[in-house]
Design a protein around this ligand. Structure first.
Ligand SMILES: Nc1ncnc2c1ncn2[C@@H]1O[C@H](COP(=O)(O)OP(=O)(O)O)[C@@H](O)[C@H]1O
Ligand SMILES: [Mg+2]
Length: 358
């Protein structure tokens, strides 16, 4: 089927066709007919190409919408769609966008970075990998936290690759990005409401449905809002070994952010109860960041401890990145180091897991 690849895209988007074919390009950003950027290795590059004019660019966007049976017009000036090849397309037409039609294409990554390649890139060391492996094998509930583009989804994908093959894994996402190797992985994707506001199927709906599908592990692509409460409840009711990502800058922040998201669910619950839920549900946080030199790293792995006597969150850092020097060109020197001993060392020994501590 011709529609099963991105060939029709290339037809509509002739000026950027070569970037659609170029595997080193992860994202294509068209800001009106006269400005095109692409992302390569996390860096944006301005391209020399242009569209002939706004009318042809807008026609391309409308055709893309039609090809996925969606509408893009004056009434519905905004399109967010997944293409048959897995890429995401977002398009906005004037007057909502002021420079002309905007199109962004996030290409589907064919092979996600493996644990070994992340180690090679210096994202974490062998010690870090051992800790991550232990967290997954001991069925800890893990949240990967970090800024946009800091490598959260990549790390989540690596963590999920450490899940034993015998487990039944349910993967719930807004747009399909994760690629698990395990044969017993079952994928779900949310659905946006249609133009009449009907038919939405959210991460919350998926979480509730998934609990009836006998999951051994639940992997949620990203927590952005009220679905936090459903994930926390799932984690607190025996679905250990689940994992997700969230936008936050430190492990402490992650817990506060989860709390805020849980409150967004509208569920009436005293703050102290929500905090106990958060602290009880989440066992570990893996913090990612994009550093000054553009490198992406795991900058902290922390264990979540029970609330203190003031009902505040407590974390215990097990592993961290330490920057020791930044030169004038912004080059970074530093190293990963072990911090505190995990509280689960005894269990890790029982399970004969290789740990950086003895
Ligand atoms: N450690 C790394 N080194 C190099 N590139 C990375 C690393 N981690 C992630 N990437 C790349 O960075 C981009 C953004 O990563 P992603 O995991 O999608 O970030 P996030 O989920 O935080 O937005 C992807 O193209 C990914 O392949
Ligand atoms: Mg992501």
């Amino acid at each position: 089927m011709a529609n099963n690849d991105a060939s029709f895209l290339k037809l509509f988007l002739a000026p950027v066709a070569k970037y659609l074919d170029d595997d080193s390009v992860s994202e294509i950003l068209v800001n009106g007919p006269n400005q095109i950027y692409v992302e390569r290795k996390g860096k944006l590059e301005l391209c020399p190409e242009h569209f002939p004019n706004e009318a042809s660019l807008k026609a391309a966007a409308v055709n893309i919408a039609r090809s996925v049976e969606r509408i893009l017009d004056d009434m519905y000036p905004d399109l967010d769609a997944r293409l048959p090849d897995g890429s995401r397309v977002h398009a906005t037409i004037p007057p909502i966008s002021r420079v002309g039609t905007i199109i962004s294409i996030r290409k589907f990554k064919k092979d996600a970075l493996s644990l070994d390649s992340l180690m090679k890139f210096g994202s974490f060391t062998e010690d870090g990998a051992k800790i991550l492996n232990a967290l997954v094998k001991l069925r800890k509930n893990i949240i990967v936290s970090g800024g946009t583009g800091s490598g959260k989804t990549t790390v989540l994908n690596c963590l999920s690759s450490l899940i034993p093959e015998k487990d039944r894994i349910l993967v719930l996402e807004d747009s399909s990005e994760l690629q698990l190797k395990q044969p017993h992985s079952v994928y779900f994707e949310t659905r946006k409401p249609d133009k009449n506001g009907k038919g939405e199927f959210s991460i919350r709906n998926l979480l509730i449905a998934s609990l009836r599908l006998r999951p051994d592990r639940i992997v949620v692509g990203e927590i952005r809002g009220g679905e936090a409460i459903d994930l926390l409840q799932a984690m607190n009711t025996g679905h250990d070994g689940s994992m997700s990502t969230i936008h936050a800058n430190t492990p402490q922040d992650t817990l506060a952010r989860l709390e805020t998201c849980a409150i967004m669910s509208g569920i009436e619950m005293p703050l102290s109860a929500i905090r106990s839920q958060v602290a009880g549900a989440v066992h570990a946080i893996v913090q990612t960041a994009r550093l000054m030199d553009g490198s992406r790293k795991v900058i902290s792995i922390a264990e979540v401890m029970p609330l203190d006597e003031n009902k505040d969150y407590r974390v215990r850092e097990l592993y961290r990145w330490k920057t020791t020097r930044v030169d004038a060109e912004g080059h970074l020197e530093g190293h990963h180091e072990l911090a505190e001993r995990p509280t689960f060392m005894d269990m890790a020994k029982v399970m004969q897991l290789d740990m950086p501590w003895s």
